[in-house]
Design a protein around this ligand. Structure first.
Ligand code: ADP
Ligand code: MG
Length: 354
């Protein structure tokens, strides 16, 4: 009698532990995974977005998640320009006056940002800050600023006046009023850092999602690939227009649905055209980049969005190991040649181009 009761109590405790684990897991309704407790997941709020990390491995622990949180916080505290005392904030404060010495890591990200600016002929420009501040889209802005102010801000967007000293790892903005803004690249970098950490800890199957910047590590257990949903523009987060089957890839989307305001029936979103000083206005609703490094995917998704369909498609096609999905406002989907076999349209509202 006595033994049976203890046995029942242990069973109940066991069940509570199992349900607690699966309750934690985002998307743990996944019945195809090896164990009902997988993935083991955790969410963080950082970079103004929800970051979710789902690991398909029973060894994943609270200590690992705590370490990931630390990594994300470190990047936020050095590269977020809105974070008081961050390295990027210091660079901005010293604009027009002095070079600021920064960590290797921050220098590396800024250097890459400048390279994407050069390669895209300034369509991607990490000195976009004066324009993002002026428009403040997703940050309280609700009206088109006056022309003179736009023109003034536009003059201060100039990646060639972002001076990098490799030996001292120092950074200087040549003119007062210039502002470095790593908003289009830092989340991608963070995705790579988390992926690298997990790999070093011996985890080989995980999904890292930084508000739409996805890193798909390895493959899904018992599957050859992951199936990643491609966000449908103009719909709330989570609605997909199609899927892509990948392993060990990063999938990053930039679109007009992320942050915007509407003024006189015109939509003003957060991806700026440095040439006009206005939010990009072209045929595109979103661009998704599929590649190996998330820092690259993040920068390219913004760069290619600014380029527009034709130029962007040619640009992406010319790069090795880079694939792209372009979705136009008239609901056509254009693909680079390397992903025609692995992309699947799932929404009837959209159609494949050609
Ligand atoms: P999200 O951050 O929503 O995932 P993006 O990766 O496209 O989207 O980044 C958009 C952010 O990048 C903006 O909020 C702004 O900080 C910055 N940005 C906007 N336009 C440009 C541009 N042309 N070049 C570089 N950065 C930009
Ligand atoms: Mg980006």
């Amino acid at each position: 009698m006595h033994d049976k009761r203890i046995g029942a109590a242990i069973l109940i405790i066991g069940l509570v532990i199992i349900s607690a684990c699966s309750g934690k897991g985002i998307g743990s309704s996944d019945s195809s995974s090896a164990s009902s407790t997988l993935p083991i997941s955790e969410s963080f709020f950082i970079f103004d977005t929800v970051v979710s990390v789902r690991v398909y491995d029973e060894r994943m622990s609270e200590a690992h998640f705590a370490q990931i949180k630390k990594l994300l916080e470190r990047i936020n505290e050095t590269m977020n320009r809105f974070e008081e005392g961050s390295e990027v904030a210091s660079i901005n404060q010293a604009a027009g006056q002095a070079a600021v010495q920064v960590s290797q890591e921050t220098f590396h990200v800024i250097k890459q940002a400048k390279q994407y600016a050069e390669r895209s002929g300034g369509k991607f420009d990490p000195t976009i800050g004066p324009l993002t501040d002026l428009w403040a889209i997703g940050n309280g802005g609700s009206r088109v600023p006056d022309r003179a102010a736009i023109e003034q801000a536009r003059q201060l967007v100039a990646y060639n006046m972002l001076e990098l000293d490799e030996d001292r790892t120092s950074v200087k903005l040549a003119e007062a009023g210039m502002t470095l803004d790593l908003g289009a690249i830092a989340k991608g970098y963070a995705g790579d850092v988390v992926a690298e950490y997990l790999q070093k800890q011996g985890f080989s199957s995980a999904i890292i999602d930084l508000g739409g910047n996805v890193v798909a590590l390895g493959n899904k257990p018992e599957h050859a690939v992951w199936t990643i949903g491609i966000q449908s523009p103009e719909e709330k987060r989570g609605a997909h227009l199609g899927t892509i089957a990948v392993r060990n890839k990063t999938v990053v989307t930039s679109g007009i649905y992320e942050r915007y305001f509407i003024d006189q029936e015109q939509i003003y979103h957060h991806i700026m055209d440095p040439a006009t000083g206005f939010p990009v206005s072209n045929e595109l609703a979103s661009v998704t980049i599929i590649t190996d490094k998330s820092i690259q995917a993040d920068a390219l998704s913004t760069a290619v969005f600014v380029q527009g369909l034709q130029e962007g498609l040619a640009f992406a096609e010319a790069l090795d190991h880079v694939e792209a999905i372009f979705v136009t406002k008239d609901k056509k989907v254009h693909l680079t040649s390397g992903i025609k076999d692995i992309f699947k349209l799932t929404s009837e509202d959209y159609s494949l181009a050609e």
